[in-house]
Design a protein around this ligand. Structure first.
Ligand code: NDP
Length: 443
């Protein structure tokens, strides 16, 4: 058995029950086989083995009082995966499905994603099994304050800088930042995704969705194609999905679907984005309300979004939301490109279908890297005590996404896998981190 196959089996054996982490690790290590199996220096220095274990993972309890003065207790985590190329960087997720496996998969992916951006940031991820849905503002605030009372011990502008993710938007970041400042007494950039009045960056809210479209545009243009007139199916209706839809319109495409955990809407001539933003960003409503307010749209409860015919599919909700049967349906309906706005939304079997059918497929670590890239730009602005304009940030974002496209294309070609962006993104992301680890010795 090859070195990488052996190692994958060893890691799976030592981390029972961590299925999401196994899935991500298997994808990355399998893609790295042509590099690592033939390069003794990586094996001799134990690079992959070190990469499979976080530098540090913190698990802690978060007790808080609900509005009825009842004590509630959640479990929170911060997985600090790699600081080889910079301080740990990666979001916080608040969702009932959060556990160590989910956060290890996200932190592991983050290492390679952050490397691909070309910026000096390591990888980490955190979160809690807390569900902000249905909680009052005061409850969310008390939870965030209690969480930060413990987490603040492990953060610092040069140590670990979390951001938002599922269930963590501007409100949650604000409450966590306020508590950090209250405890440590310093005004420093230990969180990104902050509000514009206290150190946030213009363009951060839009960055992941816009970045996804910039990357897909590079891919399509590389094939002498573009977004003009293309119907795009988007899943999710959170931060990433909404700004992916906005940039789809700006590039001449037509977003026709969006979803939440209850179901999806299909609006065949194009979504009304103002209505969607008002419902989801301002009023925090369920997506079924969209169809009630918009006669051209149809609401379907549950799954089935990927059966809607489209030219381009952009899964932007959560991990493992697009399965093999969905991939086959997309292919049968003439879909030409898929870009992962979410982290690992496509199962391994679905990705195989896309690659077999010659559908352009951009993996999350490349496609959604715009968010962390602009988070890093927020860190730079905080350190310099400066605020850049929206255009400055957006131009940098476009350059970064074009750079990611070039890096993953070149790496795929170098290993004779032209057009395989899964292999290309993993190899390009890996090499920078691996070289930094080699240079820093056995630590
Ligand atoms: P939000 O919390 O803003 O939105 C998440 C969306 O996905 C909501 O519509 C939510 O519906 C839906 N969703 C969440 N969990 C499930 C589920 N189990 N089943 C079906 N639908 C679900 O999160 P973001 O938009 O920030 O993040 C979306 C994805 O993008 C995640 O994978 C995240 O890791 C990734 N990402 C985010 C970045 C960012 O900058 N925000 C950066 C890079 C990646 P509901 O409201 O019903 O739960």
């Amino acid at each position: 058995m090859s070195y990488t196959k052996n190692l994958i089996q060893e890691v799976i054996g030592k981390t029972p029950g961590e299925s999401e982490f196994h899935q991500a690790m298997t994808e990355v290590f399998s893609a790295l086989a042509p590099v690592v199996d033939n390069e003794p220096k990586y094996q001799e220095a134990g690079i992959l083995k070190k990469m499979s274990i976080p530098e540090r993972a913190i698990v802690f309890r978060v007790p808080w009082l609900d509005d009825k003065n009842q004590v509630q207790v959640n479990t929170a985590y911060r997985v600090q995966f790699s600081s080889a190329i910079g301080p740990y960087k990666g979001g916080m997720r608040f969702h009932p499905s959060v556990n160590l496996s989910v956060l290890k998969f996200l932190g592991f992916e983050q290492v390679f994603k952050n490397s691909l951006t070309g910026l000096p940031i390591g990888g980490g991820k955190g979160g809690a099994d807390f569900d902000p849905k249905g909680k009052s503002d005061a409850e969310v605030m008390r939870f965030c304050q209690s969480l930060m009372t413990e987490l603040c011990k492990y953060l610092g502008p040069d140590e670990d800088v979390p951001a938002g993710d599922i269930g963590v938007g501007a409100r949650e970041v604000g409450y966590m930042y306020g508590q950090y400042k209250r405890i440590v007494g310093r005004y420093e950039g230990i969180l990104t995704g902050k509000g514009l009045t206290y150190g946030g960056s213009l363009g951060r809210t839009e960055a992941t969705g816009y970045g996804l479209l910039y990357l897909m545009d590079n891919i399509l243009k590389g094939a002498k194609n573009g977004f003009d007139g293309k119907k795009c199916s988007i899943s999710g209706s959170g931060n990433v999905a909404i700004f992916a839809a906005e940039k789809t319109y700006q590039l001449g495409g037509i977003p026709i679907t969006m979803s939440d955990s209850g179901g999806f809407v299909h609006d065949p001539d194009g979504l009304d984005l103002d209505l969607m933003k008002d419902l989801k960003l301002n009023r925090r409503e369920r997506i079924s309300e969209y169809a009630k307010a918009r006669p051209s749209a149809k609401y379907t409860e549950g799954t089935g979004l990927w059966n809607v015919p489209c030219d381009i599919a952009l899964p932007c909700a959560t991990q493992n939301e697009l399965h093999e049967a969905d991939a086959k349906a997309l292919a049968a309906n003439g879909c030409i490109a898929v870009g992962e706005g979410a982290n690992m939304p496509c199962t391994a079997e679905a990705v195989d279908v896309f690659l077999e059918k010659g559908i352009f497929f951009a993996p999350g670590k490349a496609a959604n890297a715009g968010g962390v890239a602009v988070s890093c730009l927020e860190m730079s602005q905080n350190s310099m005590r400066l605020s850049w304009t929206f255009e400055e940030v957006d131009n940098k974002l476009q350059d970064i996404m074009a750079g990611i496209y070039q890096k993953m294309s070149a790496a795929a070609e170098e290993y004779n896998m032209k057009g395989n962006f899964v292999a290309g993104a993993n190899i390009a992301g890996f090499k920078k981190v691996a070289e930094a680890m080699l240079a820093q010795g056995v630590v």
